[in-house]
Design a protein around this ligand. Structure first.
Ligand code: SF4
Ligand code: SF4
Length: 420
């Protein structure tokens, strides 16, 4: 095979002529992330995560075969941000609820989110209505999470050579579908292979998807010693004066507040540095002083949440959304895929505990009005920082807060950066 040379980000590389760029880069110690490219399959460039530039033009890297003298850009700041943006689009396009996902910790897409350092998406979540198909014998397909990589089409066949998965519909209505008759012929290990090669949690096997516990899954531990740098503020702040902190829980479960308290004796060190003002920790109901930082748990679900959020923006120099509910709506936003009317009817009129003809949907001027959907806080007011997790680990929360307030050095240990 003829050897050729080419450059990646100005570095001279060598490989066999015509080798796929992803493989050629790997041979030269350069990692190009991708979610659709898979071993021997013909590259289709559908996920676009591997976007690179060839002679200045953007192209899906997996569709490129290296040739003599090629000049390829892979990790320039613009390309790193482009990849991150493409991944963010995937997160908002499907209903990716990592805290309640069976694939969490085992999911390539989620791991790529950690790798690229996504803390929040710059696009609004679409909350599309797509159903979960559990009719097949072994496999459950969660159509929300499919990124249309086609791995399952090519890789999963019955022993007599029939395909099991295909697409139905066209354009942005395209969804993955399973052939029930062929699926029934799959062996247990073939079904589990389908679940394994799916880069997301779109394909699950009944009774098997949770067989490995959270915490022990492939991406749970991350790479030992690897850290993710956290953004430092621009303030040149060497002050040792105590900082004022406010906290609140909007449409959340108070889990993030419980996590904040979980530093145990670390609280004694913390109160040397900060003083809490309006917060469930102090039971101070209204701001009595302007605060340096406001920590918000939970998303914005009703008129009361909205008023509290605006008060925090008015009274705090810096606002931080903590946890998935604050960042994109989280579990309360599960209701965003159905209408408010349907949701209220289910809660107050049709629930098992409702007495027929004797129930009403509460409606009083003193009861906050529920919004049609749960909003991410940054859709309502400017949020300066996001700390993902459900909930984030307590040390992680306070280390980030100290980093922001006192510019203490902090890089997030890889296993602490979580969406679940
Ligand atoms: S774990 Fe993966 S598939 Fe599941 S919701 Fe998160 S990103 Fe989506
Ligand atoms: S179900 Fe999974 S493997 Fe199949 S196309 Fe969708 S994301 Fe890819």
């Amino acid at each position: 095979m003829e050897r050729i040379s080419f450059t990646i980000d100005g570095r001279i590389c060598a490989s066999d002529k015509g080798l796929n760029l992803i493989e050629a880069a790997k041979q030269n110690g350069i990692f190009i992330p991708t979610l659709c490219h898979f071993k021997h399959q013909n590259p289709i460039g559908s996920c676009r995560i591997c976007t690179v530039k060839l002679n200045g033009k953007a192209i899906a890297g997996c569709t490129l075969n290296v040739q003599e003298g090629m000049n390829i850009e892979v990790n320039t700041p613009i390309l790193l941000d482009t990849r991150k943006a493409i991944l963010e689009m995937m997160f908002v396009e499907g209903n990716h609820f990592c805290p309640s996902c069976e694939k969490s910790g085992d999911c390539q897409m989620q791991n790529l989110g950690y790798e690229t350092g996504i803390r929040s998406a710059r696009f609004p979540h679409l909350f599309v209505e797509r159903f979960i198909d559990a009719k097949a014998k072994r496999i459950v397909i969660n159509k929300n999470r499919c990124i249309k990589c086609k791995r399952c089409f090519e890789e999963v066949t019955t022993n007599d050579g029939y395909k099991v998965f295909s697409f139905i519909n066209k354009g942005n209505k395209t969804i993955v579908s399973v052939d029930y008759e062929q699926e029934e012929k799959l062996t247990e290990s073939q079904a589990q292979y389908a679940m394994k090669i799916c880069p997301t949690g779109a394909i699950l096997v009944k009774g098997k998807s949770l067989s490995k516990p959270f915490g022990d899954r492939i991406f749970d531990q991350g790479i030992p010693g690897k850290t993710i740098p956290f953004l430092k503020t621009n303030k040149n702040n060497n002050s040792t004066q105590k900082k004022l902190v406010a906290t609140t829980s909007l449409a959340g479960c108070f889990g993030c507040h419980m996590s904040m308290l979980d530093i145990d004796l670390g609280l004694l060190d913390l109160i040397e540095l900060v003083e809490f003002n309006k917060s469930p920790f102090t039971d101070i109901k209204k701001f009595t002083k302007r605060c340096d930082i406001g920590i918000i748990e939970g998303g914005c679900s009703n008129t009361h949440n909205f008023e509290v959020l605006r008060a925090f923006r008015e009274n705090c120099d810096i606002l931080v959304s903590v946890g998935e509910c604050a960042i994109w709506g989280g579990l309360p936003a599960l209701r965003n895929t159905i209408s408010l009317e349907e949701c209220l009817n289910e809660a107050y009129k049709n629930s098992l505990s409702s007495e027929q003809d004797e129930t009403i949907i509460p409606n009083h001027e003193e009861i906050p009005k529920i919004f049609n959907k749960v909003y991410a806080n940054h859709e309502i007011v400017k949020i300066d920082y996001h700390i993902p997790g459900c909930p984030p680990n307590s040390n992680h929360i306070w280390n980030v807060v100290k980093n922001i307030l006192f510019e203490e050095e902090y890089a997030i240990p890889y296993p602490e950066f979580k969406y679940d």
